[in-house]
Design a protein around this ligand. Structure first.
Ligand code: CP
Length: 347
């Protein structure tokens, strides 16, 4: 019997459980997340070669559609696509026709007419990549590069890769995510991924005003005190204050936030001696993290960026492979319908 899939999984997976689009880590099977990590592991050494290329996406066209600013995600997606030998188009949204009133859907239809195979989408509105995934033709894959406060699944997976690399796995691990959880798509995707991959405990630490009301329902333990929340954790993930998403004063001041929640060496002492410190970036020194920690021996922040290329190569190659298998299945079923005098033009 086919298992019942959550709506997000129905969009993301092919009938035989392969990745078709990558929109959220929520509800994905553990085996698929492990597949992404294992596939990424096979790509890590490509970055150290004299010729940093493999031919997996040769002949494919990847379009980066970033409606919101980005440094790390956009550049590592571009490098990942290039290292897979794809042709890459970076659409400059500020200069594109969407700024002249063209609808998102019309822009997409035009890019499809140029035979795009994949859209990598960052959007300020939660749900935009889901909308696009539901609208694209069946042979186009959509990867969510961060939507509103909803999800940032490739960031979460590169964070999972980093944790597995330094800690060997997830069993028995206590992971603390600290800061502005309320506005963080990264935190949501991390909590889902950590629970799916079997972490022992996920803790969310921050002031009440920056914690979502459904924090416990997400599968996390909530703390408002750093000493208690960081006690004996293996991994500390710091998040920046997302001021662009704050529509009211949620904090007395940045100085007060740093005093209570900013990670410095004194507060890091509450965590285990071998705890690693992570941050998705961009970091705000002196606001959520002190330079002594960001540049210190426990920080793996720049290693996260490096692993991000391999993880994005993994996600892109798996989604293209899922699309190809889905398109082949669709073509086979269309052919058999046509043979039986059935419908045409399924694409
Ligand atoms: N972590 C992250 O999403 O960073 P950018 O906004 O620079 O892509």
């Amino acid at each position: 019997m086919t298992p019942t899939l959550a709506p997000s999984s129905r969009v993301q997976l092919t009938d035989d459980g392969k990745l078709r689009h990558f929109l959220t880590t929520e509800h994905l099977p553990r085996s698929l997340l492990e597949d992404i990590l294992d596939t990424a592991a096979s790509f890590v050494d490509v970055g150290g070669r004299a010729i940093k290329k493999v031919p997996l996406l040769r002949g494919k066209t990847v379009v980066n559609l970033f409606f919101e600013s980005s440094t790390r995600t956009r550049s590592t997606f571009e490098l990942a696509a290039q290292r897979l030998s794809a042709d890459v188009l970076n659409l400059d949204i500020a200069k594109s026709a969407t700024s002249k009133g063209e609808t998102l859907l019309d822009t997409l239809r035009n890019l499809e007419a140029m035979a795009a195979d994949m859209f990598v989408v960052r959007h300020q509105d939660s749900g935009a990549p889901f909308f696009i995934a539901n609208e694209v033709t069946p042979n186009v894959a959509v990867i969510n590069a961060g939507d509103g406060r909803h999800a940032h699944p490739t960031q979460a997976m590169l964070d999972m890769y980093t944790i597995r690399h330094y800690k060997g796995g997830f069993a028995g691990l206590k992971v603390a995510i600290v800061g502005d959880i309320l506005h963080s798509r990264v935190a949501r995707s991390q909590v889902h991924a950590l629970n799916i991959l079997g972490a022992e405990e996920v803790r969310l630490i921050g002031p009440r005003t920056l914690l979502p009301v459904d924090a416990e329902a997400l599968g996390a333990t909530v703390f408002t005190d750093m000493a208690q929340g960081l006690k004996d954790v293996d991994v500390v993930i710091m998040l920046r204050l997302q001021k662009e998403r704050m529509d009211s004063a949620l904090l007395p001041s940045e100085g007060e936030f740093f005093r209570l929640y900013g990670l410095n060496n004194d507060k890091l002492h509450f965590a285990k001696d071998d705890a690693i410190v992570m941050h998705p970036g961009p970091i705000n020194r002196g606001v959520e993290i002190a330079s002594e920690v960001a540049d210190g021996p426990r920080s793996v922040i720049l290693n996260q960026v490096t692993f991000g290329i391999a993880v994005r190569m993994a996600v892109m190659s798996m989604a293209i492979s899922g699309q190809d298998s889905d398109s082949n299945a669709l073509a086979a079923s269309t052919q058999s319908m046509e043979g039986a005098g059935g419908a045409r033009g399924q694409r």
